[in-house]
Ligand binder design. Structure first.
Ligand code: CMP
Length: 138
């Protein structure tokens, strides 16, 4: 069993797509073991994306991520990290495959509707960034 962090980003929440995206996640067989809606501050978004601090898109990315509410959740399942990344599709929706969340809903490389952890170490940091053990079921 593995856990990964999912964020349904402001572009998707503001278009009322959280339910449709959660349906895709649950239909894929991943189990939601924690979930909440939050509106991040700039500092919270910067802390979450600190690994991208030196990237040219860091300021835009963190401004976007605190522009409105997001739905954060922890997904559990065998190989959950890789399975969720496959379900999300490529970071740039122009390159995303049919049937993926980003192909269906993402607007561009920044407003790409969802985030998922990319490795066990980042999943551990990211799940702990938003959730305490008391907020995780199972
Ligand atoms: P995410 O999986 O949340 O991780 C970092 C985010 O940076 C990524 O999704 C994109 O939404 C965003 N981003 C914005 N511009 C770029 C870019 N040029 N290359 C990669 N990621 C970008």
């Amino acid at each position: 069993m593995e856990r990964t962090l999912s964020i349904i980003k402001p572009d998707a929440v503001s278009r009322n797509l959280a339910g449709a995206i959660l349906n895709m996640i649950q239909d894929s067989g991943l189990t939601v073991v924690a979930m909440k809606m939050i509106h991040m501050s700039k500092a919270q978004a910067e802390g979450f994306y600190h690994v991208h601090k030196a990237r040219p898109f860091f300021a835009d990315l963190t401004a976007f991520m605190c522009s409105g509410p997001v739905v954060v959740s922890i997904l559990e399942g065998d190989n959950a990290i890789a399975r969720y990344r496959t379900l999300m599709g490529a970071t740039n929706p122009a390159n995303a495959e049919e049937g993926t969340i980003r192909k269906r809903y993402a607007l561009d490389i920044e407003k790409n509707s969802v985030h998922g952890s990319d490795a066990p170490e980042t999943a551990a940091f990211e799940t702990a960034y938003f959730f305490s053990n008391l907020e995780i079921v199972g």
